[in-house]
Design a protein around this ligand. Structure first.
Ligand SMILES: Cc1cc2nc3c(=O)[nH]c(=O)nc-3n(C[C@H](O)[C@H](O)[C@H](O)COP(=O)(O)OP(=O)(O)OC[C@H]3O[C@@H](n4cnc5c(N)ncnc54)[C@H](O)[C@@H]3O)c2cc1C
Length: 392
């Protein structure tokens, strides 16, 4: 594969760098690696930032022009993410919409769905949440029990989802439901687009160990969803969900990478400022993180090359997610060792480090090996679908 960017791509990098330097709002800059998405006021600021980026042509750049993107290459998209990281810009607030649902609708949605939903995903006028997991369907997602029964022009939905990130601030939800309880479990599932204001939906925030309530329980009690909001065919939602998940594990890892790089750059700064850059143990640990980050980047380029050659994200995206989660947790651990007890101060006192983000980062890192596929499940996928080993 080719590791060099073309002259045109480097020119693009220069433009985007200048734009970000001028435009990242001061109250968001540097708050990138552990910014909360649970707090409504923070989400309002992040929405405004996504809209500013959209107006400048930097959201959904790789989307085809017919869908409101710029038709830019994925390489340009990656350059944008790298520069966002350099500028300490936060990630896009509607990243589930932009990087998961958007590509899924482009592949499986009707023309009417694409026209209705894609533009507002880009502008963040409509934030989307992912209604997949249930109390008894996490790793074994196909075991989901939320039912949808067709009655005339609507599906009537009953059941419960859990761990639904940002459901309390989202306008819409992409939801997996069981539409044929008698079919084998992967075959009776459908993919619906649900307006979160529909009567019968109750959202209950769950307080996390970070202190914030970024995810929720969502209850559906006779919720009526128009049949035109079915994506792809009835009972064939599993294929749609797999597409969404592959984007979550592959492209979204590029985006998570932004936070990781930000945190690493900050950690290096902390090490230098504390005068411990000469300590061989600390040097070794930071160097190991740096090498891990570079390996993650090289692996991302490998995926990128495959996608650029006409492929789609495949099961090897699981490698990226798996290594990212290890690195994320290791980074949190090293930061705690280097910064010491001050890393556990969340904000307020004068001696808090980096706005208290390390405390948040360290606690949130515990979730890295769970969300978007647990490490055990990703190892199973890699063993079976990439290495061709016998089934679990
Ligand atoms: C911060 C965060 C945000 C999230 N956001 C969302 C969201 O927005 N939308 C959404 O739908 N979901 C979301 N999730 C849910 C997430 O996808 C699930 O937590 C995940 O899929 C694991 O499911 P579970 O929690 O039910 O654990 P379980 O599936 O019950 O797993 C429990 C443990 O058993 C292990 N295990 C299970 N099966 C096997 C097996 N076959 N082999 C080996 N080990 C196994 C798992 O690895 C895990 O360690 C979020 C989770 C977190 C932590």
């Amino acid at each position: 594969m080719d590791f060099d960017f073309t002259d045109g791509q480097e020119a693009f990098r220069k433009d985007v760098r200048q734009w970000l330097e001028r435009n990242v709002p001061d109250d968001l800059r540097g708050m990138a690696f552990a910014s909360s998405r649970g707090d409504r006021a923070a989400v309002t600021r992040l929405r405004a930032w996504q809209k500013t980026m959209y107006n400048a042509g930097y959201v959904g750049m790789d989307w085809p022009r017919e869908f409101g993107g710029r038709g830019a290459s994925l390489a340009d998209q990656i350059i944008l993410y790298q520069e966002m990281s350099r500028a300490e810009s936060p990630q896009l607030v509607n990243r589930g919409g932009v990087s998961m649902l958007g590509p899924t609708l482009m592949k499986y949605g009707t023309a009417a769905q694409q026209k209705r939903f894609l533009p507002k995903i880009l502008t963040a006028d409509e934030i989307w949440c992912q209604g997949f997991s249930e109390p008894n369907a996490g790793s074994d997602l196909a075991n989901l029990q939320t039912r949808a029964v067709r009655e005339g022009d609507v599906f009537v939905v009953n059941g419960q989802k859990v761990w639904t990130s940002m459901a309390h601030v989202s306008e819409w939800c992409f939801l997996l439901v069981r539409t044929d309880p008698d079919a084998p479990k992967h075959k009776g599932i459908s993919f619906l687009l649900v307006d979160m204001k529909t009567p019968g939906i109750t959202v209950r925030p769950l307080r996390q160990m970070t202190g914030e309530a970024e995810f929720n329980e969502v209850f559906f009690d006779n919720v009526r969803v128009p049949v035109e909001n079915l994506v792809h065919r009835l009972n064939e939602g599993w294929a749609v969900a797999l597409t969404t998940l592959s984007y979550e594990r592959d492209l979204l890892t590029f985006i998570r990478h932004i936070s990781l790089r930000n945190a690493l750059a900050r950690l290096v700064k902390r090490v230098r400022e504390s005068g411990r850059a000469g300590d061989p143990v600390i040097r070794q640990k930071v160097a190991s993180l740096w090498i891990g980050e570079q390996a993650l980047q090289m692996n991302a380029y490998r995926s990128l090359t495959r996608i650029l050659r006409g492929g789609q994200p495949g099961p090897e995206g699981s490698t990226a997610k798996l290594s990212w989660s290890h690195l994320d947790q290791e980074l949190a651990q090293v930061a705690t060792e280097v910064i010491g007890p001050y890393s556990q101060i969340a904000g307020g006192p004068a001696w808090v480090v980096d706005h208290g983000q390390w405390e948040f980062y360290t606690l949130l890192a515990q979730a890295s090996g769970i969300r978007a596929g647990t490490s055990e499940i990703l190892r199973n996928i890699l063993a079976e679908r990439v290495l061709g080993l016998p089934k679990d």
